[in-house]
Design a binder for this molecule. Structure first.
Ligand SMILES: Cc1cc2nc3c(=O)[nH]c(=O)nc-3n(C[C@H](O)[C@H](O)[C@H](O)COP(=O)(O)OP(=O)(O)OC[C@H]3O[C@@H](n4cnc5c(N)ncnc54)[C@H](O)[C@@H]3O)c2cc1C
Length: 355
């Protein structure tokens, strides 16, 4: 921090949520100080970062996707320009139809008002046509893509370090003290407002763990598959194959509501490898096997807002399974709330659980 231990904002956690909130606060003229313990099981380091407008078995448009996607694209482009790297990639998603019923559902849905920009009935399979065990058929999702969240978070961390706005530290909640003037003290740091952005680990935060956090563990593989030449993303038999460039692919992922720990497991790896081998007949080398927990919430909506009693303590969490598309829009909304008192959307305000 530049020359002083007193700051307007302290952010706890620098995954996608902390990164994006910091970015919008800085754009609004406020440099926040960040404390973060960079853990290997942080969701942002494991996610594919897909932005998928059409989801689920019934091919439904994702919640508020018409506003979320343009906000996400704009934000990632601005971050790319600021940090001097690429993190955002446009790529269509091939959605396999397992049976005739799926095809009928797709064809019906693509005719609904508002769906046309996102769905193509005639999919172009490219290299998948020769190398993927064929499904009943395929539809193609457009206006989709991915953000390389791990690369973004790492690059932003270096930017924060260069500005002396970052300290690596596992925050001990018992050390927060409220001063007589209403400001919060943490060790030698003092701030008017503290925003917690700890992802799934918010369940250990005594100020906010009354909220209905859930958590869904996922395991993923990163494989090297030379010669596959896949360019689009494919979803077939519950598995995503996501091209990362240089013949590397993200393969995932499992979705577990019950789990004993956040580490990768031999069973998780075996399941993913078996499913991959059922889909493609190509040799591959396993580069990484990782696991993390998605910060999901009972009603599947983000968590934004101020603690009902402890004034000055805020939460930005609940990005769930769709952080890459939800994060930019709601980070901007929270920054505008913190800087200018703009209202929070009641659907995401943590006060919806006040009762
Ligand atoms: C397997 C998997 C696949 C996914 N795929 C997608 C996808 O394709 N598309 C998509 O949009 N989303 C996806 N997600 C979800 C996405 O990753 C999350 O929505 C998003 O990354 C959450 O970001 P976050 O900053 O809230 O949490 P995190 O990324 O977990 O970051 C929280 C940070 O806070 C730190 N922290 C926690 N507690 C403390 C403490 N006490 N002191 C200091 N630091 C602390 C953590 O170590 C971490 O650095 C996926 C998630 C998983 C697990």
């Amino acid at each position: 921090m530049i020359g002083s231990d007193s700051t307007h904002f302290i952010l706890i956690g620098q995954g996608l949520a902390g990164t994006l909130l910091h970015f919008f606060l800085s754009k609004g003229g406020q440099e926040a100080f960040v404390l973060d313990e960079p853990r290997p099981d942080a969701a942002s380091r494991v996610a594919a970062g897909l932005m998928n407008p059409i989801t689920g078995r019934k091919f439904v448009k994702s919640w508020r996707v018409d506003e979320l996607l343009p906000a996400a694209w704009e934000t990632y482009r601005e971050l790319e320009a600021q940090l001097g790297l690429s993190v955002f990639y446009r790529a269509n998603i091939l959605r396999a139809w397992a049976r005739q019923q799926d095809e009928n559902q797709w064809l019906e849905r693509s005719g609904w008002p508002g769906y046309e920009p996102y769905m193509l009935d005639e999919a172009e399979l490219g290299q998948y046509a020769r190398k993927l065990h064929p499904a009943h058929g395929y539809g193609e999702v457009t206006r989709s893509g991915r953000a390389d969240l791990g690369r973004l978070v790492d690059a932003y961390r270096e930017y924060l370090r260069s500005r002396e706005l970052y300290r690596e530290e596992a925050v001990d909640y018992s050390r927060f003290e409220k001063q007589a003037d209403g400001r919060w003290q943490y060790g030698e740091l003092t701030a008017g407002r503290v925003v917690f952005c700890e992802g799934y680990r918010a369940v250990f935060n005594p100020f906010f763990n009354h909220l209905p956090f859930r958590g869904a563990k996922g395991e993923v593989l990163i494989v090297h598959m030379p010669g596959a030449g896949f360019e689009k993303i494919v979803k077939q038999a519950g598995l995503f194959i996501v091209p990362l460039g240089e013949d590397r692919y993200w393969i995932g992922s499992a979705y577990q509501n019950q789990f004993e720990h956040t580490r990768p497991t031999p069973e998780g790896r075996a399941r993913l490898e078996a499913r991959l081998q059922q889909l493609v007949d190509l040799p591959y080398e396993l580069l990484e096997h990782r696991a993390a927990v998605r910060p999901t919430v009972k009603d599947r909506r983000p968590f934004l807002g101020e603690h009902p009693q402890q004034k000055g303590l805020y939460l930005f969490n609940g990005l769930g399974t769709k952080g890459a598309s939800l994060g930019p829009f709601f980070a901007r909304q929270l920054a505008e709330h913190l800087l200018h008192g703009a209202p929070l959307d009641p659907e995401v305000d943590i006060r919806r659980f006040d009762s």
